[in-house]
Design a protein around this ligand. Structure first.
Ligand SMILES: [Zn+2]
Length: 464
């Protein structure tokens, strides 16, 4: 039996730190890189009697993201206690949402080269992050071999949104595309920086396999706390490989949590997966339900602009899917748009935005004028370089027009051909690749001022 008989099934739980100024249930500041345990208070350290007060901005951000994912927004959402013990959780429970999350089921649409894929969203709920445990004997290098761990409570209580997808993804590629588009959507909504390397975006990846055509799902492995697009892809591939191998040996798969080790490309069992019962969820008695007024939801809906997925679809009609996807996913499409609105042809605008994306938006009109004016390459490069930091005037560059006058270029070309008889003979012998060298010589002779299109044409004429 070959591996093509097996189908991959992936669902993702994506966690993003919300970009609020303060924590979810207290007023402690959220500052990446602040000294350890300097942003704490009785609430986030779980002193007896301390009471949580929800962060209104975090609730708004969650609703906004829920709307962008097409989720139903709850009229009566409830915070719940998720009970478990860990040193980075001083309360002994995490405040999360369970039966009544803020955002219910939705659909996320992902444009592809052949149309679109839809991924069901089970829910998006709001919770607080745990503190950060540093195993001193391990990765920090601070005290290798130490037999203790350190906890930094600065992160404890950070508002976190968890977006749970249906198991609708069928390959590592699909999971990757989903995750990247979701990340771009989160970033553009302004609700999170969603940077994996800073830990503000993490994913738990649920992977199982089943026979093609099989109904229902087999037990899954959950790869916990994945924080790199590359490792997520490789972790999925490793899980599929190992599960298929196990089934083909006639073994069963148990539902478990796994750690992926990128160094060995293998998975090791973390612990068997707790069932929801193990957490003893119950409604948080210290917090009232969230009942978002319709006016608030309407206002937040009105604040959402055209989302990345929709922009990819729209731009793909003009510049093709691949270019559209790259432009949008790198956040460069609005630069291309700015140039296109000044009359630059879309393909050129897209190319320019991909190669020179750092210009200030205010410079788009001047840059468009310069692009249309046939200036020298040096002038163009220098205009783009300056335009990243200051406002430019097109007039400063327009005088440096490229030389396209044939009577001026003709003698230069004659000189170059006379000085390079071997290359001229090579070209005439049928090896046209040498033309680039000759164009380069003419550009050098003219200090880069010649119009390369005209030089190309004249050279071909003279070499006939
Ligand atoms: Zn606090």
């Amino acid at each position: 039996m070959s591996s093509t008989d097996w189908e991959t099934v992936i669902g993702l739980e994506v966690h993003a730190h919300l970009k609020t100024k303060t924590k979810m249930f207290c007023r402690c500041a959220l500052e990446y890189g602040a000294g350890e345990n300097t942003r704490t208070c009785p609430v986030c350290l779980a002193h007896p009697g301390a009471l949580p007060v929800p962060n209104a901005r975090a609730i708004e951000y969650t609703i906004k993201l829920g709307l962008a994912l097409g989720c139903e927004i709850s009229k009566h959402a409830i915070f719940a206690r998720k009970n478990y013990f860990y040193p980075d959780l001083p309360k002994g429970y995490q405040i999360s949402q369970y039966e009544s999350p803020l955002c219910g089921s939705g659909v996320f649409v992902i444009p592809t080269a052949d149309g679109e894929e839809t991924v069901g969203i089970v829910r998006a709920h709001l919770e607080e992050d745990a503190a950060k445990t540093v195993h001193a004997g391990g990765a920090t290098g601070r005290s290798v071999g130490a037999d203790y761990s350190l906890v930094d409570f600065n992160r404890g209580g950070t508002p976190l949104i968890e977006i749970v997808s249906e198991p609708d993804l069928r390959s590592a590629d699909e999971a990757d595309r989903y995750l990247r588009l979701l990340r771009q959507t989160i970033v553009e909504l302004g609700v999170s920086d969603a940077e994996m390397e800073k830990g503000t975006l993490r994913a738990d990846v649920n992977v199982s396999v089943r026979k093609r055509g099989e109904e229902g799902y087999r037990p899954r492995w959950e790869l916990k706390n994945m924080n790199s697009f590359t490792f997520i892809r490789r972790g999925i591939e490793a899980a599929v490989r190992e599960q298929v191998a196990a089934y083909e040996r006639g073994e069963e798969i148990e539902q478990s949590t796994y750690d992926y080790d990128p160094d060995t490309d293998h998975l090791t069992v973390h612990r068997s997966k707790e069932e929801a019962d193990d957490y003893r969820y119950f409604p948080e008695p210290d917090l009232v339900p969230i009942e978002p007024p319709a006016e608030l939801v309407d206002r937040l809906r009105g604040e959402i602009g055209e989302l990345p997925g929709a922009r990819i679809r729209r731009l793909a009609e003009t510049v093709g899917f691949d270019v559209a996807e790259e432009l949008v996913m790198t956040g460069k499409d609005w630069k291309a748009d700015a140039l296109a609105r000044e009359g630059i042809e879309w393909r050129i605008a897209a190319n320019t935005a991909m190669n020179q994306p750092d210009f200030l938006p205010e410079n788009a009109p001047a840059l468009a004028k310069i692009l249309q004016a046939n200036v020298t390459r040096d002038a163009l490069n220098s205009a783009f370089a300056v335009s990243t930091t200051s406002i430019i005037s097109a007039d400063d560059y327009l005088e440096q027009t490229a030389v396209s006058d044939e009577s001026e270029l003709g003698p230069v070309i004659d000189r170059v051909l006379a000085a390079n008889p071997d290359q001229a003979a090579t070209y005439r012998g049928g090896k046209e690749g040498v033309l680039g060298f000759l164009v380069g010589q003419v550009m050098k002779e003219t200090q880069g001022k010649a119009d390369p299109k005209v030089v190309n044409r004249l050279l071909r004429e003279k070499l006939q």
